[in-house]
Design a protein. Structure first.
Length: 140
């Protein structure tokens, strides 16, 4: 009978010193941690999404509307903080979608008398702060 190698025998492996084992584990762990830190550092933060105002006209016929996007507390001011003006006609039972950049607010006004509009005669301003990513419904 031919003896088989390894049957019933224990193969001795060369012993690796403990201090060498811990150094290799540390270097692998350190490499992993550095990789994670680098990946986080390279990732650019995303800007916050705009908020959205859904402006509805449930009560009037076609109505002239002026909307202003601003961070200025005075809706009529076109000074610091003013971003843009939108002028549009909003039909009855229609909705206008207005995106508002983060940090800004939206103001709007309509014809004082939508049934008999007079150029330059507006209602008082309405105002809404729309949080980034949020949607707000409002009526004329």
């Amino acid at each position: 009978m031919v003896p088989q190698r390894g049957c019933g025998r224990r193969v001795r492996r060369a012993a690796v010193p403990v201090d060498r084992k811990s150094k290799s584990v540390r270097s692998i762990l350190l490499t992993f941690v550095l990789f994670c830190v680098a990946a986080c550092a390279l990732r650019q933060p995303q800007p916050p999404p705009p908020g959205t105002l859904l402006l509805n006209n449930p009560h009037f016929g076609p109505t002239n509307v002026e909307a202003v996007i601003t961070s200025n507390p005075d809706c009529a001011s076109r000074g610091p903080g003013y971003l843009s003006t939108l002028e549009f006609v909003l039909p009855n039972n229609a909705t206008k979608i207005i995106d508002v950049p983060p940090g800004d607010e939206v103001c709007w006004r309509r014809d004082r008398d939508p049934d008999q509009p007079v150029l330059g005669r507006w209602s008082d301003w309405d105002r809404a702060y729309v949080e980034p990513g949020a949607t707000i419904n409002a009526n004329l």
